[in-house]
Design a protein around this ligand. Sequence first.
Ligand code: JDN
Length: 237
Amino acid sequence: MRIDVVSIFPEYLDALRLSLVGKAIEAGTIDLRVHDLRAHTHDRHRTVDDTPYGGGPGMVMSPVPWGEALDQIRESDSEGTPRLVIPTPSGRRYDQTVATELSAHPWLVFACGRYEGIDSRVAEHYAAREDWDGVAEYSVGDYVLAGGEAAVLVMVESVARLLPGVLGNAESAQDDSFAAGDMADLLEGPVFTKPPEWRGLGIPDVLLSGHHARIAEWRREQARQRTETHRPDLLPD
Ligand code: JDN
């Protein structure tokens, strides 16, 4: 999968070169290319923002450098068709279903906004371009960030771990909270490892019993209780 990210803080995306996503890059599973939006400005101050039409607080990102940056990315490969992904608090909620959808695309381009966001004509333009595979706007949660970079870290990591060969067997994506499978739609319950006693706290007897069916049933009940406490919206009435 090819992933391009455009930002005025390209160093913010350096974290993607660590750990799991970093290994996927080194293995060639992900081709990550990070671009500085300011490379597509032409004035002395490398300006990327301007005042909002209609008035109001803050500044809006100009469509001009965005158009240049995105067109240059598009022109770097005459074969594929990129999908444009824009993090924004006004987008569709990003969840595991969206991550799975994105993981099926061979080429994603993430546009990181700052300030009050990117001039809306950018999304409108690339949605109408036949040489692009559409545009999607996502919110990673009901809170407001200062820009799209942290949201892109979330989205790229959640997509990367779904790609074939990225996760080892030991850390299968199948039984995570929010993934499909036996514990579908339940949060994960508590987990334990050695030592068997730590600061006066032991391990639930059932986990030491060796009764696999009872362990599975206990875990299911713990998951249900955890979900009832933290995410009752996920349980059926
Ligand atoms: O997801 B966010 O809270 C978010 C905030 C901003 C953004 C993109 C995403 N661009 C400017 C603020």
